[in-house]
Design a protein around this ligand. Structure first.
Ligand code: BES
Ligand code: ZN
Ligand code: ZN
Length: 487
């Protein structure tokens, strides 16, 4: 899909179809041509509601009220509604009514690209998106004058971040035997070559040397050997140094604490955190942001077999702490313990974030569509909350407390890999991770549990069935914001 910005009024643009957004309850407005037809069609202008008038080559889409998040899902619905048509060139107004105008433009473009995404690698017949050209009219709106250069940059960044999100979606959706740890490493390596990133891949021998015994234990029963990947974007005079760690479980069977069949389906998505790191590194380098960004991925498969690690084992993590394994399905935190320690050894960062499909408890707590952000300090957590809000992703804070911390105590090792209570599982998992954050990074770290939104088995908002690319948009937004202030 090609995008073009023009200052020409919408009605002067020659296109095959116009998309018109209608604010709910605002149907009486004079600029709406097809009022009678809309009424006849029963169109109410509810959020994401669409109606296509073939005779007039107009598609109407409802928005509850003008906001970035609403525009994003509306254009995603609009482009989906055109999937089986033959409309090649579409035009739309920019709906920019304040200084926030670029946020609307960004959301609009992201919505089109995110909404048009399809995962069809395994389909014999592929669908073709008919829409090749989208022209956006920047005609002066409510007397607000637009800066065309700023709009062009907004368009460019919207395309980059949406395409990076789709890149992440493709990786997550790929099946576990087509996407195992070495494949993740190859994807990282190719990306590094294309985008001028530094790339280091640690294989089992190097992992042993780095004393990543917890990660190696999780990996042991799989025929696919683990990899730890470090990608780096290093511009000159960076405004900040940021490390991002991702859980990359290319499959999570649960290990010997085997998941029941129903819970195992979709566990190819347990690599979503690591895949988000790949998407973030792609976007950051495509945008050439003046921030030094380090991405670390723990790519591992959690399987069963004669060589599997066991409940009752005690593992020694990279930072020297001993862990009593009580459940091999709480494997993500074991992998992250070592990769977080490695990331901190390699880079002294201004902020350290990790993305992980860490707990079912997070999904139980806040639902399918929302991530949980946790950590010791409000500063990195607030950065995530703010950035998520402007990106259209949903994130909420889940607080630590000292009572839950006690539930991770072990009688025989420094800590257990699961808590002794059924409740608060997202928080106790994050508190476990916190044991592997050194003092220098304690207040610079935030953990984002993306277990809910990373993979949902139906269409929601701008997201398709399957992988959503959770984390990419919020993190890229955060990094963009950091380029504007002093860290
Ligand atoms: N990968 C899962 C968490 C998960 C669950 C992600 C559902 C996405 C959807 C994780 O490794 C896991 O199995 N966690 C256990 C922890 C428990 C054993 C303490 C869980 O959440 O049940
Ligand atoms: Zn698990
Ligand atoms: Zn897992």
């Amino acid at each position: 899909m090609n995008f073009e910005l023009t200052i020409a009024p919408l009605n002067d643009i020659k296109s095959d179809l116009q998309i018109i957004m209608v604010v709910e309850n605002d149907l009486k407005h004079s600029f709406i041509h097809d009022k009678k037809l809309l009424k006849k069609a029963g169109f109410k202008g509810g959020q994401d509601e669409t109606v296509l008038f073939l005779e007039h080559d107009r598609l109407y889409v409802g928005v509850e009220k003008i906001s970035g998040a609403n525009i994003r899902t509306a254009t995603a619905s609009a482009i989906r509604a055109l999937a089986s048509t033959k409309y090649k060139h579409i035009s739309i107004a920019s709906y920019m009514n304040s200084e926030k105008c670029t946020a609307m433009l960004r959301a609009m473009v992201e919505g089109f690209i995110l909404g048009a995404y399809r995962f069809e690698t395994y389909k014999s017949e592929k669908s073709i998106n008919p829409v090749k050209e989208i022209t956006i009219s920047l005609e002066e709106y409510h007397g607000y004058t637009l800066n065309i250069d700023v709009c062009a940059q907004t368009l460019n960044r919207a395309q980059i971040v949406a395409e990076a999100t789709n890149f992440t979606r493709d990786i997550v959706n790929t099946t576990p035997d087509d996407c195992y740890p070495d494949v993740i490493a190859q994807i990282a390596d190719t990306l590094a070559k294309e985008n001028g990133l530094e790339c280091t891949v640690l294989k089992p021998k190097a992992l042993k040397k780095e004393k990543m015994e917890a990660l190696l234990a999780v990996a042991r029963a799989s025929r696919h050997k683990p990899r730890v990947i470090h990608l780096a974007h290093k511009p000159e005079n960076p405004k900040a140094v940021i490390s991002i760690v991702g859980k990359g479980l290319t499959y999570d069977s649960g290990g010997l604490s085997l998941k029941p069949g129903d819970y195992m389906v979709t566990m190819k998505s347990d690599k979503s955190g690591g895949s988000a790191v790949l998407g973030i590194m792609k976007a950051v380098s495509d945008m050439n942001l003046p921030i030094e960004v380090h991405g670390f991925i723990g790519a591992v498969e959690n399987m069963i077999g004669g060589d599997a690690y066991k409940p009752d084992d005690v593992l020694k993590a990279k930072n020297g702490k001993t862990i009593e394994v009580r459940n091999t399905d709480a494997e993500g935190r074991l992998v992250l313990a070592d990769v977080l320690a490695y990331a901190q050894q390699e880079v002294k960062a201004d902020y350290l974030f990790d993305f992980a499909t860490l707990t079912g408890a997070c999904v139980v707590g806040v639902g399918n569509y929302t991530s949980g952000v946790m950590g010791n300090s409000d500063i990195p957590k607030n950065l995530i909350i703010d950035a998520a809000q402007s990106s259209g992703e949903l994130v909420t804070k889940l607080d630590f407390n000292r009572y839950l911390k006690k539930t991770l105590k072990s009688e025989i090792a420094d800590i257990c890999n699961i808590s002794n209570t059924r409740y608060g599982g997202a928080v106790t998992a994050a508190m476990f991770l916190s044991e592997f954050i050194d003092d220098a990074h304690k207040d610079k770290w935030a953990h984002i549990d993306i277990a809910g939104p990373a993979f949902v088995e139906h269409v929601w908002g701008e997201n398709p069935h399957g992988a959503s690319g959770a984390g990419v948009r919020m993190m890229v937004r955060l990094l963009e914001k950091l380029t504007q202030h002093k860290v």
